[in-house]
Structures are given as structure tokens and as C-alpha cells.
Ligand binder design. Structure first.
Ligand code: NAI
Ligand code: A1CAB
Length: 271
């Protein structure tokens, strides 16, 4: 039986907050307060099962003392929202999954000495297959970092970086990564329709090809390049397609520019 998690305060229970809450509940979450102004049916159903849902910071039950506060609101909402949590943050570990928002900007709102960890998960967290990269701010104890590792492991794999700036390319590559894979799926479906396949078949082909390839990658110890080569028969059809996609000005350049653009945007959101 897993050790019970400490009382937890979740600020923002949308797509990512909701996925984390579900993961923590599986890990033995005894009590949690969720601050969320727009309550979904799924969240409403948790009320009374150890989860208290309130619309704002002022409504947090008096005496509730969280060991961990997780901020899963949008980075643009942080300046208005965070100061209301300064008193609670003084006695807790704060974990932010907000894109961009730096430790310094959050400490300015929560208190200079507040213990802060930044973490960047991704949406496969919803099925506990996320990838989260964390950065430990100053003043975080070993025990707090171990607890954060455990909370983040509830939604998938976890890794850590030692420099805060590295969270920016992480945000570009793994934070946003699922979107690029879904775009590839959309484009394959559209191209299949363009080549004359019925739309229903095109949709199934694209979805199962992408999800099956992901599952093969997960099950295999081979490099992605080796798995790619296994598809590519000499003088065959895939070779022709890859000659288009792998041309330096095609995917290699486009992916580099896309990751640089997202990394730059993450830095802009530092606050
Ligand atoms: N969607 C993604 O793929 C990822 C998002 N993130 C980060 O996670 C954070 C949340 O993103 P999503 O879950 O996608 O957004 P979302 O819009 O689904 O969830 C945000 C939630 O915060 C609530 N909210 C707004 N103001 C609030 C306040 N003052 N107090 C409490 N709750 C408030 C909203 O009602 C909403 O339910 C963002 O900072 C984003 O950068 C990080 C990794 C991946
Ligand atoms: O697009 C965003 O800003 C967030 C961060 C990573 C994924 N979604």
C-alpha cells in the first residue's frame, strides 16, 4: 500500500490539473482542496471523496494547511492569482507547471523564501503516460524534492534538469510535443483523402498508424532511426517520401525553427 500523500492544494483544475489530480488519487491522496472557478462534472463528482472544491483562494477552509501547493493555472493569470497564496506557501512546497513563469517571478508573488519547484508535464499525463521535467528552486529540501518526484511520477515518467533555463526547450519539445504528433496525424489523414481514400478509412489509418508507431517505440529498445530504417526498403516507396521530408530545408529545418520559436515564447513568459 502506497504511503498516503500529504494534504494538497491544487490551484486550477483544467486539463493538466485534472490529469494530475486523477493520478494523485490513485496514489493515495488523503485530502485535497481544489481552487477552480469553473467546476466540471468530473470535478463535482469528487466533492465529498476527500476533495473540497472552492471557487477562489478566499474560500479555502480555515485551518487547511497543505504540504504542497500545485499551480496549474495559465502563466498569464499568475500575477493576479499568486499573492493570495503567499501565507500558505510560507509553510509548503509550491510546484508550478505554468509555462515560462520563472522561480524569481513566482517568489516575488509568493514570498522570497518560498520553496518552489517548476515542472513541465504533457497531456499524455491524462493516461499516466506523460513526461515531466522538473527544476528545483533554491530552498527546496531533499524530502520536498522526493515528494515532488513522487507526485509527478503519478502521471508518467519524470526527469530533472539542473538549470532553470533548460525548462524552456523542455516546454517546446516535450510540453508541446503531443501537439506536433497530433498535427502529423491530421496531415496524414488529409493527404490520404487527397490521394482518393475514403475519409473514414483515412482517419483510422492515420490514428492507428501514429498510435501503433508510438506503442512500437515504447516497446522497443531500438533507436527511432533504426525503427525508421526498418520501414524503408531500398528503392521502395518510403524512401521516396523520406527524400522529401528529410531534405534539409523540409522537416529538419522546420522542426528546428519550430522548437526555437516555442523556446523563445517560453522565455518571454518568464514574467
Ligand atoms: N495543456 C498542456 O499541454 C500543458 C499545459 N501546461 C501548463 O499548465 C497550465 C494549465 O494549462 P491547461 O490545464 O492546459 O489549461 P486549462 O485552461 O485547461 O486549465 C486552467 C484552469 O485554471 C482555472 N483558473 C483560471 N483562473 C484561476 C484562478 N485564479 N484560480 C484557480 N483556477 C483558475 C481555469 O478555470 C481552468 O480550469 C498552464 O500554465 C500551461 O502552461 C504545462 C504542460 C502542458
Ligand atoms: O502551449 C503552451 O503554452 C503549453 C505549454 C506546453 C504545452 N502547452
Amino acid at each position: 500500500m502506497a504511503e498516503t500523500l500529504p494534504p494538497l492544494l491544487l490551484v486550477g483544475c483544467g486539463k493538466m490539473g485534472g490529469a494530475m489530480l486523477a493520478g494523485w488519487r490513485e496514489q493515495g491522496l488523503a485530502s485535497a482542496v481544489v481552487v477552480e472557478p469553473y467546476v466540471s462534472e468530473a470535478l463535482r463528482a469528487l466533492a465529498g471523496q476527500g476533495v473540497t472544491v472552492v471557487p477562489d483562494a478566499a474560500s479555502i477552509p480555515v485551518g487547511f494547511s497543505p504540504g504542497v501547493i500545485v499551480f496549474a493555472i495559465k502563466p498569464q493569470e499568475a500575477p493576479a492569482a499568486l499573492p493570495a497564496y503567499a501565507a500558505l506557501a510560507a509553510g509548503a512546497l509550491s510546484i508550478s507547471i505554468m509555462a515560462g513563469r520563472s522561480v524569481a517571478s513566482m517568489q516575488a508573488a509568493l514570498g522570497e523564501g518560498s520553496a518552489l519547484i517548476r515542472a513541465m508535464p504533457n497531456t499524455p499525463a491524462a493516461i499516466r503516460q506523460g513526461f515531466t521535467v522538473g527544476f528545483t528552486g533554491p530552498g527546496v529540501t531533499e524530502a520536498q524534492r522526493a515528494l515532488a518526484d513522487r507526485l509527478l511520477a503519478a502521471i508518467g515518467e519524470v526527469a530533472w534538469v539542473a538549470e532553470e533555463d533548460l525548462i524552456n526547450p523542455v516546454t517546446a519539445v516535450s510540453g508541446g510535443g503531443p501537439a506536433y504528433v497530433f498535427l502529423l496525424t491530421e496531415l496524414l489523414e488529409q493527404a490520404a483523402i487527397g490521394e482518393g481514400l475514403p475519409p473514414d478509412l483515412a482517419r483510422r489509418m492515420a490514428r492507428v498508424t501514429v498510435s501503433g508507431s508510438g506503442a512500437l517505440l515504447a516497446a522497443s529498445s531500438e533507436d527511432a532511426a533504426a525503427l525508421r530504417r526498418a520501414v524503408t526498403s531500398p528503392k521502395g516507396t518510403t524512401e521516396r517520401a523520406l527524400a522529401v521530408l528529410m531534405a534539409e530545408e523540409a522537416w529538419p529545418d522546420a522542426i528546428r525553427r519550430a522548437m526555437a520559436a516555442a523556446t523563445a515564447r517560453s522565455r518571454e513568459l518568464a514574467g
